[in-house]
Design a protein around this ligand. Structure first.
Ligand code: HAM
Length: 425
């Protein structure tokens, strides 16, 4: 007898999570709950490509960001076009809005999306190379009421899955009329400091990002750095204050973090992050803000936008940290148990008929005996079991067990679907 060749099993690529039962139903529940909340607020679903022209992200997200310069999955396809697995959703939404002329209709255009994004980051707890987000974008109207709507929606998304141990951090990054002058002021301050070469380069390209330096000696040096919030134009300041007032009205709690630095370059005015304390270093469970220059940057009209991306992976980790659960998993209403080959055959088509009638149903497979099969009914969370043996089959009946009340009655096979429909309401 020849020995069967043994192959090494594969693992998922590094930094890429699988969601398998019993966690996968929770994953789905989180994603669906976020999407449902977005629908309740009038956001319509948009389904976009997983890969796009590389230039879209380079131009939209910003060449100097880590996301674009270090983390993109970029490759040449067989036609030698440079394509990139989407690292985020906003640029793609904007591309599609322009391409399909959605911005020529009723404004704001309110869209929501869900799915995987790809960033070649160093994997660690809560930081993945394939990450999942639910996002919304509200495009075309520069109204602080939209910023407030988007932020309150994110807050509601997290609360509706049962999270409470998070906080909302908020700031304003100003606009075209005040940011350039502030940038100069900050650079003036930074260039007087004894910066290492890398930091000096950062100060040159994107000085705001230097404010995010976590090293204690840098933090100390940056204590007196000028802050954007103290240099806002009158218009940006009024916009920000209106947003805060509306959040107060809606009782959405927040803290101001004037040193917040987002990893994407398109933001202006209101920017925010939701931070969870139970997650260690990767504490951002969602973030977003206004991006008024992005549409024009991508070749469209001069229209504003505001939105967020919520991290589904991290929301799940946060639920675990808070010892919360969103669902008990998939359950069916009816579970079939058949004893003997003829009964099995009849049960297969009965379960199919139940499913055709819109009743959730499953059955015992393999030959497990009555006791083992009834355990399956338990595991499936069924309310009713249908037991079919030779005796029942002969008399055209099936035993209907009410699993909660431990009662049983015989029902005719012809009438069982109607009977179950009535019982399940
Ligand atoms: P972002 O802050 O880069 O924003 O990502 C949003 C959320 O995605 C983060 O708060 C985090 O929860 C999750 N996330 C990001 N990277 C990872 C990772 N490597 N592993 C696990 N989770 C991660 C955006 O992507 C913007 N497009 C959001 C937006 C929409 N702004 C305006 N509109």
């Amino acid at each position: 007898m020849s020995e069967a060749k043994k192959f090494q099993p594969f693992s998922a690529p590094k930094g890429v999570p699988d969601y398998v039962p019993p966690v996968s139903p929770e994953f789905l529940a989180v994603r669906n709950t976020f999407a449902h909340q977005a629908h309740l607020a009038g956001y319509e679903h948009i389904e976009l490509p997983i890969f796009e022209d590389t230039g879209l992200f380079a131009r939209g997200v910003g060449e100097s960001t880590d996301v674009v310069s270090k983390e993109m999955y970029t490759f040449a396809d067989r036609g030698d076009r440079s394509v990139t697995l989407r690292p985020e959703g906003t640029a793609g939404v904007m591309r599609a809005v322009i391409e399909h002329g959605l911005d020529r209709g009723q404004l704001p255009v309110k869209l929501t999306y869900a799915g995987p994004f790809f960033r070649y980051e160093r994997p660690q707890a809560g930081r993945y190379r394939q990450l999942q987000q639910v996002g919304v974008e509200a495009i075309g109207v520069d109204d602080p009421a939209l910023d407030a709507e988007v932020i309150a929606l994110a807050d509601r998304c997290f609360r509706s899955i049962g999270l409470s141990g998070f906080r909302l951090e908020l700031t304003s990054l100003g606009d075209d009329t005040c940011r350039p002058a502030y940038r100069e002021k900050l650079q003036e301050f930074l260039f007087k400091l004894p910066l290492d070469e890398e930091t000096r380069r950062r100060a040159d390209i994107n000085p705001l990002r230097v404010l995010d330096d976590k090293r204690p000696e840098m933090k100390e040096m940056l204590v007196d750095a000028p802050l954007m919030l103290d240099h806002l134009s009158a218009e940006s300041k009024a916009h920000f204050e209106t947003v805060l007032g509306m959040l107060d009205d809606m009782k959405v709690p927040y803290t101001i973090n004037s040193r917040m630095v987002r990893g994407l370059d398109y933001y202006n005015k209101t920017t925010f992050e939701f931070v969870h304390d139970g997650l260690g270093a990767q504490s951002g469970i969602g973030g977003g803000g206004r991006y008024d220059g992005l549409m024009a940057q991508l070749g469209g009209q001069e229209l504003s936008g505001v939105g967020f991306g919520l991290g589904v992976d991290r929301a799940l980790l946060a639920l675990k940290a808070e010892e919360q659960q969103v669902t008990a998993g998939v359950r069916v209403d009816v579970y079939g148990v058949a004893m003997g080959a003829d009964a099995k055959r009849r049960m297969v088509s009965l379960i199919n008929d139940l499913r055709m009638a819109g009743i959730s149903a499953d059955m015992a497979y393999g030959d497990r005996g009555l006791k083992g099969a009834m355990k399956g009914a338990d595991r499936a969370g069924a309310s009713y079991a249908l037991v079919l043996g030779d005796r029942e089959l002969e008399s055209g009946q099936v035993a209907l067990k009410n699993l909660a009340e431990h009662t049983q009655e015989d029902v005719s096979l012809e009438g069982i679907i109607e009977k179950l429909r009535a019982l399940l309401g």
